[in-house]
Design a protein around this ligand. Sequence first.
Ligand code: NDP
Ligand code: MG
Ligand code: MG
Length: 341
Amino acid sequence: MAEMFYDDDADLSVIQGKKVAIIGYGSQGHAHALNLRDSGAEVVVGLREGSSSRAKAAEQGLAVATIEDAVAQADVVMILTPDQAQRTVYAEQIEPNLKSDAALFFAHGFNIRYDYIKPGAGHDVCMVAPKGPGHTVRRQFEDGRGVPAIIAVEQDASGEAWALALSYAKAMGALRAGGIKTTFTEETETDLFGEQTVLCGGVSKLIQYGFETLTEAGYQPEIAYFEVLHELKLIVDLINEGGITKQRWSCSDTAEYGDYVSGPRVITPDVKENMKAVLADIQDGSFAKRFIDDQDAGAPEFERLRSEGQNHPVEKTGQELRKLFAWQKSDEDYQDGSAAR
Ligand code: NDP
Ligand code: MG
Ligand code: MG
């Protein structure tokens, strides 16, 4: 059973006594900076030269500095730039300016797990990873609630890294909901596995195959879109509320029976074997290497795959149909973080 931590298990005064540099002001960055500030910590946001986020952070009354200056003042440095940018930002702007005993914080273990960042022995290395997009993290905090977080200590140089990580998580509002203890390795490997095989990769491919099968058989694309994509949200909401059992209870008996007899014909045991192969690539670092090598080369594979995905017929059909749903946000509004990150 996982070890859980709540507000009473953490001491807010630990983080209130520190100067915290939040590097980056995107999805997670703005939520961390504002929640910590509102919890009484001294926050400075570190941004690159010419950053488009500077005005947004300043508007919220936050202190803003260059990454170098923010790091030089800080007892705690939370790195919230995109994962593929962290290695270079760390080497060029963070490490040369880091106080010898400053703690390094992350919201995802990728760069530590795969050794793209190797902090010196004098630094605490901690993770507080909220299990939700940054905008939800901020909204829940303002409403007096919190998004659960997973918490880890990779390196405990001070002997007090765990108390510091818990205090940070409390200031984020996360311990109102609960914090779960993990390790950088467990968080990174399970996060990558979940998004690749089920949440993002698995679901995307399942939708595309479903749409192709119906349209190739002569059914109208608009009808196919509703049946294999649009209704997915209703199903996922039920699963989220009460597990697969609630979803089966809520659907018709016809749907439930079809689930039992046809689900295993589509998702056959060799799918599980394929999942194991994906997990092996995550564990031995070959997925991370492929991703970072491609990013370093200007992301040619990433861009090609992105454009192929955007050109799938189910996307074109969806763009037209979604205009009928006036109450839904426009496609342009969906540039924000995703639950799977
Ligand atoms: P974002 O893409 O939202 O971060 C954008 C911020 O990073 C901006 O302020 C941007 O600067 C800055 N930035 C981008 N590139 C650089 C660079 N090369 N040098 C300096 N600054 C740069 O990131 P997320 O918030 O999505 O992710 C941050 C971390 O949080 C990651 O480790 C991610 O895995 C983790 N995480 C994310 C979740 C999410 O929901 N998004 C959920 C849980 C964890 P500018 O303003 O100048 O453009
Ligand atoms: Mg139906
Ligand atoms: Mg992820």
